[in-house]
Design a protein around this ligand. Structure first.
Ligand SMILES: *Cc1c(COP(=O)(O)O)cnc(C)c1O
Length: 431
């Protein structure tokens, strides 16, 4: 579900009028629905009820402490990829003991901090990292809990920048080498083997790749359980969401036409993997990011100018690729709608919706059919809750947008818009 709908021609987030909110807070502004996030979390929790499990929310999708706090209050775990993310989780009231630490480049300082806080486990991405963790743990005189990230070499049928489970990706350890790494780990004095992990990619809209990866992993997982008494199998995240409702007509599919972005329902996802996972008798960890927060957020932006050239119409808005980089980085689609519908002027027309940043890649949509739109109108870029604010930057010395969390009638600022002084915070002119 998501909690954005029109009421009398005005877009609401839960019970908050987004036209009024945009006037009050200015633009660009991210708005998130707490109800949507909690609904997604609780429904996934429900769908996995037949196996013992822990949902570790992937912090990088949206790391605002106001969002993390929602998960902390549900007693969720967290999947982190840096010491900074661990810091955020702790500030938000999350438990280190429920954090898994992923990523190919963990530094010594990050490893030490994670050990001091007592995280659930490190996901090992290389033999060199395993050796380093053993060394750091020895200096602290503790045993570092680990799971090896296996690269199952399956095709997730997703964009090449967000596909992670193919052998040519930098992530994880090749299937053939995994047992060797576990054997080495078992001989290390300051390593405690706890589990095994995989993560095949992001924005996966079919259940098939998940089922294929689980099938491939099951014999190995059983073997690791026997050999090393592992306690859990983490199946990663990557569940896709619908960005383009016009493509989402089909029901959840199994190896359907790849171009079609049908909704991956929780029933299809869980139905494809839970029966297989049940046979293991292990705790199952899942690490969803996008699925939890993607459809729960929009980016509000105001139309600054309408510019017509010989061949094109441009709608120039006050949000840019620095606020939401997904279209520029992944050629990704975002639905864009006016916050107030049914203006009397003009006819629907095709236009490029572009930002003010000095880059040709600074667009949100190209040749998009839009209802009549005029200078001053507020637009909502939909499904911007994941990999939106977390990937924003100050490029072009643009201030980071405000972020607002809506719950029922309440709209609370969970990140205030940066000030001009924030832009140069920490900078200085040499004496
Ligand atoms: C990014 C990431 C996730 C979350 O991916 P989503 O597609 O947002 O669900 C989960 N696990 C790991 C290891 C990741 O790197």
């Amino acid at each position: 579900m998501h909690s954005f709908e029109y009421r009398n021609g005005t877009l609401f987030c839960e019970n908050v009028d987004l036209a009024q909110l945009a006037i009050k807070t200015g633009t660009p502004t991210y708005v998130y629905s707490a109800e949507t996030i909690l609904d997604h979390y609780r429904r996934l929790d429900q769908a996995l009820q037949e196996v013992p499990h822990l949902i570790c929310y992937a912090v990088k999708a949206n790391s605002n402490i106001g969002i993390l706090n929602l998960f902390a209050k549900e007693n969720a775990g967290f999947d982190i990829v840096s010491g900074g993310e661990l810091f955020r989780v702790l500030k938000a009231g999350g438990k280190a003991a429920q954090c898994t630490f992923a990523g190919v480049g963990k530094t010594e300082a990050e490893i030490r901090e994670a050990l001091e806080h007592g995280i659930l486990a490190f996901n090992i991405e290389s033999e060199a990292e395993l050796a380093r963790i053993n060394r750091v743990a020895a200096t602290l005189d503790v045993k570092a809990p680990i799971a090896v990230r296996v690269n199952p070499d399956v095709d997730a049928h997703t964009h090449k920048y967000i596909s992670t489970g193919k052998s040519e990706n930098k992530f994880g350890i090749a299937f053939e080498r995994v047992l060797g790494v576990y054997e080495a780990a078992s001989k290390m004095s300051h390593i405690a083997i706890r589990g095994v992990q995989m993560h095949i990619g992001s924005q996966i809209t079919k259940a098939g790749p998940f089922a294929e990866a689980v099938d491939k992993m099951l014999p190995l997982v059983n073997q690791l359980k026997e050999l090393y008494g592992i306690e859990y199998f983490s199946i990663g995240g990557g569940m896709g969401i619908v960005y383009d409702p016009s493509l989402a007509s089909g029901a959840a599919g199994w190896w359907e036409n790849e171009a079609d972005e049908s909704l991956l329902t929780l029933e299809a996802y869980a139905g494809a993997i839970v029966p297989k996972l049940k046979t293991l008798g292990l705790k199952i960890l899942v690490e969803p990011g996008r699925f939890m927060v993607g459809n729960a957020g929009v980016l509000l932006t105001q139309v600054q100018y309408i510019k017509k050239t010989e061949t094109k119409k441009f709608v120039i808005v006050d949000a840019g690729m620095n606020d939401l980089i997904r279209p520029a980085l992944y050629q990704s689609f975002h639905e864009i709608v006016p916050v107030t519908k049914n203006h009397p002027y003009g006819e629907a027309e095709k236009a490029d919706i572009v930002g003010p940043v000095c880059e040709s890649g600074d667009f949100f949509a190209q040749d998009r059919e839009l209802p009549p739109i005029a200078e001053g109108d507020i637009l909502a870029v939909m499904s911007a809750g994941a990999y939106g604010a977390t990937m924003s930057s100050n490029y072009n010395s643009r201030r980071l947008p405000a972020e607002i969390l809506v719950h029922g009638e309440r709209a609370e600022v969970i990140r205030k818009r940066q000030t001009l002084d924030d832009l140069i915070d920490g900078e200085s002119i040499p004496q």
